[in-house]
Design a protein around this ligand. Structure first.
Ligand code: BGC
Length: 573
């Protein structure tokens, strides 16, 4: 069969997997709704904008959408500061718009996963307002983590703990008490030892499941359970406590009791609702989150943290397939999301020098990124170092490699257009709290959250009203309009690979093939197709067993049987 014929006969996503296991090898497209498409023209993307673009999503060939928070929010942290878990932000729609969007997605055969943010509410949530209006020791305060300040009048914070976004992790409320927030001040941490908190989230899970959502992405899944001792350790002492299940704050074993309760709710539905944990934990602790008795799947961010390097990629893939099998789950693969520098840009920058610890030693990458992944933020002054074309070339290759793997692949909006991070956002246009809380260090995450370019001209390049983060001129080159009919565009590459991917999803297995070159990886999937990826700069003449009809390539083969440098290809070998 020719590549064209294979494309034509590959079933459309709508026809694939309607069973309970649909998530195992799904291609999931992350929508950051406020920057996707703005139907009402107020400059902020909305749910109607998503519904209007369902034909685009269908043509892209994805199986599911993961919708980042769309709840009422003051946007102190891009919507991860939730005022009400069972409503829609009036700036971006209504519950009726949500239902219409879900219906349109489902009619196109696309599942819907929503983000749920259980570690913290916003400071505008009813509960937090009640906590502030209630006295110390009240049941209202017990839903959060309040502590007395130190000193005779409680004017000093209970400890020197710092927030993951920079600055202190305690905020005073004016009566000698302070509340804990690992993220921004506007995101008070919930107390998951409080039964009312637990009950209320079960209600929220049912609320959205009843409206037909297919699953949940669980924000900061490793942080819910906290067990703070009466006498708080210092930040340095806290950091020195092993994260082995008994740490006061992170990745405690008892967090899984919460997810066992959630699983009972998921299983009330047919098919059961699914969940994927965002848990920045040591790899060997990931299977607990991915257990079928818990959330069922967990993000594996290892590729996202790797350089464009054959040895690293191979080791990560082999290890994670084994790890996922251990929990009975399937692996997830992620190259970009709304929290990190886009992969086209990462691969075009020289590796970032690790920041030394206070004692001068260098931290392991996993230590630095374990909690929030903030080490992948763009640091000021790096823009001139970017080799944009090379970054995109590598990104296209890495994506083809990723989409050929067994497991589910997460695609972040705009990567299918080959977008780079927008580095030159004016300070006054920045929104991310990490920028404001770590002044002068990182520029924050706004650079990957700039509204999408749909057309090559016009106001906000077809996004809608005046874009809430300004788009640079070069966005026009990457617009859907420009890329749509161009067979060499990144959009065409994604469409083609995603359409073919249906054929790959027979079993969750791969077999590594010898290439004789440490810079080149090759693996075969159970349907016989082979992926060959050249991480080196020079061309790689494909040896006989790796020759065959090209199904899709990140670049064209230079001449018969030679794979150019920094390129990837799927072959029917
Ligand atoms: C989300 C971030 C968010 C943080 C706090 C993360 O893991 O992905 O975007 O800022 O949680 O909710």
């Amino acid at each position: 069969m020719t590549a064209e014929a294979a494309l034509a006969t590959s079933p459309h996503p709508a026809a694939r997997r309607t069973d309970a296991e649909w998530w195992r090898q799904a291609a999931v497209y992350q929508i950051y709704p406020r920057s996707f498409a703005d139907a009402d023209g107020n400059g902020i993307g909305d749910l109607k904008g998503v519904a209007d673009r369902v034909p685009y999503l269908r043509e892209l060939g994805i199986d599911a959408v993961w919708l980042s928070p769309f709840y009422p929010s003051a946007l102190a942290d891009g919507g991860y500061d939730v005022d009400d878990y069972r409503d829609v932000d009036p700036k971006i729609g209504t519950l009726a718009d949500f239902d219409a969007m879900a219906e349109a997605l489902h009619a196109a055969g696309i599942k819907l996963i929503v983000d749920i943010v259980p570690n913290h509410t916003s400071d505008r949530h009813e509960w937090f307002k009640e906590a502030l209006a209630s006295p110390k020791g009240s049941p209202e305060r017990d839903r959060y983590i309040f502590r007395d300040g130190l000193g005779p009048d409680g004017a000093q914070p209970p400890s020197d703990w710092t927030s993951g976004f920079g600055g202190p992790a305690w905020e005073p409320v004016g009566d000698g008490q302070w509340y804990h927030h690992f993220f921004a001040r506007e995101q008070p941490d919930l107390n998951w030892r409080n039964p009312e908190v637990r009950e209320d989230f079960l209600k929220t899970l049912r609320f959205w499941s009843d409206r037909g959502v297919d699953g949940f992405r669980v924000d900061v899944a490793h942080g819910l359970s906290k067990d703070l001792p009466e006498e708080l350790p210092t930040q340095a002492e806290l950091d020195a406590i092993p994260v082995d299940g008994n740490h006061p704050v992170w990745d405690r074993d008892d967090v899984h009791e919460i997810y066992a309760e959630w699983r009972q709710v998921f299983d009330e539905y047919d098919p059961p609702r699914i969940a994927v944990a965002e848990a920045w934990v040591a790899s060997d602790r990931r299977p607990a989150y991915a257990s079928p008795r818990g959330l069922g799947q967990a993000f594996n961010f290892d590729l996202l943290g790797a350089r464009f390097d054959a040895a690293q990629f191979r080791e990560i893939v082999a290890f994670n397939l084994e790890l996922a099998a251990r929990s009975g789950s399937s692996s997830t693969w992620v190259l970009s999301n709304h929290d990190v520098v886009r992969h086209a840009t990462r691969y075009g920058l020289p590796p970032e020098p690790a920041e030394p610890r206070e004692d001068g030693s260098l931290p392991a990458e996993s230590d630095a990124t374990q909690k929030t992944g903030t080490s992948w933020l763009l640091h000021r002054g790096r823009e001139p170092e970017l080799k944009a074309e090379r970054g995109l070339r590598r990104a296209r290759a890495a994506t083809l490699f990723e989409l050929a793997l067994p497991g589910s692949a997460y695609i972040y909006q705009g990567e299918e257009l080959g977008l780079h991070e927008v580095a030159d956002i004016a300070d006054e246009d920045r929104q991310d709290p990490t920028f404001f809380r770590s002044p002068g260090v990182s520029v924050g995450r706004d650079g990957c959250r700039v509204p999408l370019p749909w057309s090559a001209g016009g106001e906000s390049l077809g996004f809608g009203g005046s874009a809430h983060i300004p788009q640079p001129e070069w966005f026009a080159e990457h617009s859907v309009e420009r890329e749509d009919g161009d067979p060499d565009s990144t959009l065409s590459l994604y469409r083609r690979a995603l359409a073919l991917r249906g054929e790959l999803r027979t079993e969750e297995r791969l077999e590594w093939l010898e290439t004789g070159d440490p810079q080149v990886l090759a693996f075969r999937r159970p349907n016989g197709w082979v992926n060959v990826t050249n991480f080196g700069e020079g061309p790689f003449p494909l040896p006989e067993p790796l020759r065959g009809e090209v199904l899709v390539g990140s670049v064209a083969l230079e001449e018969e049987g030679t794979l150019p440098g920094e390129a990837s290809v799927w072959l029917k070998a």
